[in-house]
Design a binder for this molecule. Structure first.
Ligand code: LLP
Length: 387
């Protein structure tokens, strides 16, 4: 069994549970993204919702990525991290007035608009500031992402985006709205997409829409295809960096960009998931009637993905090289859904062993809660622990 290389000595001195970010993995991931997108008109905005740990954000900012935000809090965090507002995009079906005003005050690159009423409000708020807001229409392309239904967003049954059947009406509105300028179209079909043909389907739909906009003499400066590239949760040690080459090639090969159009991406999970682990200690090993439970000091308050999406996270016992056994790996929270994995094969486990829940850099720390009045998990980076 291959195990990741962790500073276990240091881990033993730190109160568990905590998140550990391997910034070298993150840097290599970002290098790969930059290599695959250099010398072309591709721009990557990091989806802030995946993780806003300040050390992680600093590395992402230094790599030159922009930010994709879904709240005023995220817009502020991106700007506070030093990401230029000219690289900030702002999506979300329910933007409050203060959030729109924050975007306007900072002259962000683009509002990704999800409905006609929102477009009208942005126009009104921009007028009050004598500004013109740059907007892209988030279009619901009705393309399946073949992923978990909770993280599918591009089907007509989902709440996101403007339906294609409403586009005539929206385009007709622009001449009456003096304080918004249409600069692009935006899509996001879902998350943890591992079947890349889903993105191919998106390209086909975008090509059709480009013809539609051209036929109505609407010039689009950019296309934003959202995020969604999945990662390998089963084998994080073998596949620490997603196949960005194959991902970007899909768009290069299948999307017909017009001259001078830029292509924008909003990647979250693929950037940060593999650099993070949730480190926990075994509190007790309990013999059940037919199986053993390894009871950890981390629970779904620290990492909710298994409970919420039945997500798989690879688990390693960092303290044991003993022969393997099967365990239900569970947390201390008073709900049966507080289960990280059932029948998971681990090296023989005992109280005090350190456990790593892998691929937890995306939608881990940021989704933590204080249910049961538990403390929020702390976080450490490889840079800090190497000192
Ligand atoms: N752009 C938009 C408009 C989005 O809604 C999302 C994610 C992204 C970009 C980034 O997607 P990514 O590249 O990370 O797949 N909490 C869930 C994932 C929710 C994703 C929501 N939207 C999970 O833990 O799996």
């Amino acid at each position: 069994m291959i195990k990741a290389n962790y500073p276990i000595q240091k881990f033993n001195e730190i109160q568990t549970p905590f998140y550990y970010y391997d910034l070298d993995v993150l840097r290599k991931t970002l290098e790969e993204i930059n290599t695959q997108t250099q010398n072309c008109n591709f721009h990557v905005h990091y989806a802030m919702k995946a993780n806003v740990n300040p050390s992680v954000l600093a590395v992402i900012k230094n790599a030159g990525l922009g930010a994709d935000c879904v709240s005023g809090g995220e817009v502020q965090a991106a700007i506070d991290a030093g990401i230029s507002s000219s690289k900030v995009v702002f999506a979300g079906v329910g933007k409050a007035d203060w959030e729109i005003n924050l975007g306007l005050d900072n002259d962000i690159f683009c509002f990704n608009v999800e409905s006609i009423p929102e477009l009208e409000v942005i126009n009104e708020l921009a007028a009050a500031k004598a500004k013109v807001a740059k907007v892209a229409l988030r279009i619901n392309p009705n393309v399946s992402a073949h992923t978990h239904h909770y993280i599918t967003t591009g089907l007509s049954e989902n709440k996101f985006g403007i339906n294609m059947s409403d586009l005539d009406q929206v385009i007709g509105l622009f001449p009456t709205l003096a304080n918004v300028k249409l600069i692009g179209i935006h899509f996001h079909i879902g998350s943890q997409i591992t079947d890349l043909t889903s993105f191919q389907g998106l390209c086909v739909r975008i090509n059709e829409l480009q013809e539609y906009f051209s036929s109505r003499n609407v010039v689009l400066e950019h296309i934003n295809v959202g995020g969604g590239l999945g990662i390998n949760y089963e084998h994080p040690n073998h596949f620490p960096i997603p196949d960005f080459g194959a991902y970007f090639k899909i768009f290069r090969d299948h999307l017909k960009l017009q001259p001078n159009q830029t292509l924008h991406f909003e990647l979250g999970r693929a950037v940060v998931a593999q650099c993070g682990s949730l480190i926990s200690k075994v509190l007790y090993v309990k013999q059940g009637s037919s199986k053993k439970f390894a009871i950890l000091d981390a629970g779904f308050t620290d990492l909710i993905r298994p409970a919420l999406y039945q997500a798989y996270h690879h688990i390693e016992n960092l303290s044991s090289e003993l022969p393997t056994e099967e365990y239900d790996v569970v947390g201390p929270i008073c709900e049966s859904s507080d289960t990280f994995a059932k029948g998971f094969v681990l090296n023989q486990t005992k109280r005090g062993d350190l456990i790593a829940l892998r691929s937890a850099g995306a939608y881990g720390e940021i989704m933590a809660s204080q249910y049961n009045l538990r403390k929020l998990p702390k976080a450490y980076t490889s840079d800090e622990l190497a000192r």
